[in-house]
Ligand binder design. Structure first.
Ligand SMILES: Nc1ncnc2c1ncn2[C@@H]1O[C@H](COP(=O)(O)OP(=O)(O)OP(=O)(O)O)[C@@H](O)[C@H]1O
Length: 299
């Protein structure tokens, strides 16, 4: 069941159709990557889903209801729109305590979420002295406070260093694996290709794609391993289409290097090379967001 369902969502500012009949779903238990060029209408769409901007037309349902009609919205949906709005003189912990009190959340949860975002050591420091990456982590902690089953995160990777990005990927994947719906916007396509299971691409306010990475084209990943026979068996067992690619290599269609890495790690097989060829998310993104591309019909 989709936890977020957007249909015909439209927002005009003056005569400018900032969001124009956008439609997509974000399924439960998956990370949905919400992608689009600058000014595509991503933030406006997310703000409409969260009831912060009134749609000119269309509907956005969270767990089957408009956000405003949810009985305990903060416990159902955790959102992080931008890492601003923190009082610079307050500590990170105090900021979360105030939010917990306002949201009817047990204050014990504050230290739990600080641990989840790895900010416990800096929780007593003033937020004014935080780096952008630390403010992003604090924003994530705030989104997680109510233990929500739906997470809506606008550019959470902004300001994170490479280790922070890898950490965020793991966190988002584990939140989805717990059965939550995670909708996350990003400009970092290579990172999204490894993090998300489901992709929504918008451009100029219109939906260009709503589906899996494999559905975007026919990507091919070349993988080398000292034990190709074992890796072939593990990949086939995981449902992948595998063909031979040289003496110690295999070619796998319709998946990502991250997925191949996961299968190999799960089967205890070492890899000696992993390269993506053919359609990458970046190629598909550029193709789908070109102005002259007609908007495809969506199911
Ligand atoms: N309150 C507003 N009044 C007028 N125009 C607005 C308003 N909010 C957004 N817009 C316009 O709507 C368009 C889409 O903005 P939005 O922030 O939703 O895009 P985005 O996809 O999130 O962009 P980015 O990736 O750059 O953050 C932009 O042209 C923006 O200037």
């Amino acid at each position: 069941m989709p936890d977020i369902e957007v249909r015909g969502l439209t927002r005009l500012y003056g005569s400018h159709r900032v969001v124009d009949e956008v439609g997509f779903t974000a399924p439960t238990g998956l990370v949905t990557g919400f992608l689009g060029p600058n000014g595509a209408g991503k933030t406006t769409t997310l703000r409409m889903v969260l009831g912060l901007v009134k749609p000119t037309a269309g509907t956005a349902l969270v767990g089957g209801r408009p956000y405003q009609e949810l009985p305990h919205p903060r416990r159902v949906v955790g959102a992080m729109l931008e890492a601003t709005g923190f009082h610079p003189g307050r500590s990170g912990r105090d900021h979360l305590r105030i939010l917990a009190t306002a949201g009817g959340v047990d204050r014990k949860r504050v230290d739990e979420v600080l641990g989840m975002v790895e900010l416990a050591d800096d929780a007593g420091r003033r937020v004014g002295g935080y780096s952008l990456g630390m403010r992003q982590r604090l924003g994530l902690a705030a989104a997680l406070l109510g233990d929500p089953r739906v997470l809506i995160l606008d550019e959470p990777a902004n300001g994170l260093d490479p280790a922070g990005m890898a950490w965020l990927r793991g966190l988002l994947r584990s939140l989805a694996a717990e059965g939550r719906c995670v909708l996350v916007s990003s400009h970092v396509l290579s990172e999204m290709a490894q993090t998300a299971d489901h992709f929504v691409i918008i451009s100029r306010g219109r939906t260009r794609y709503d589906g899996t990475l494999a559905g975007l084209g026919d990507p091919c990943v070349s993988v080398r391993t000292p034990d190709p026979a074992a890796l072939r068996d593990a990949l086939v067992a995981a449902g992948h289409e595998v063909s031979a690619g040289g003496a110690d290599g295999l070619e796998v269609r319709g998946t990502s290097p991250g997925e191949i890495g996961r299968v190999a790690a799960g089967a205890g097989i070492a890899l000696s090379g992993l390269t993506e060829a053919g359609t990458s998310l970046e190629e598909a993104f550029l193709r789908l967001t070109e102005d002259r591309v007609p908007v495809p019909a969506l199911p």
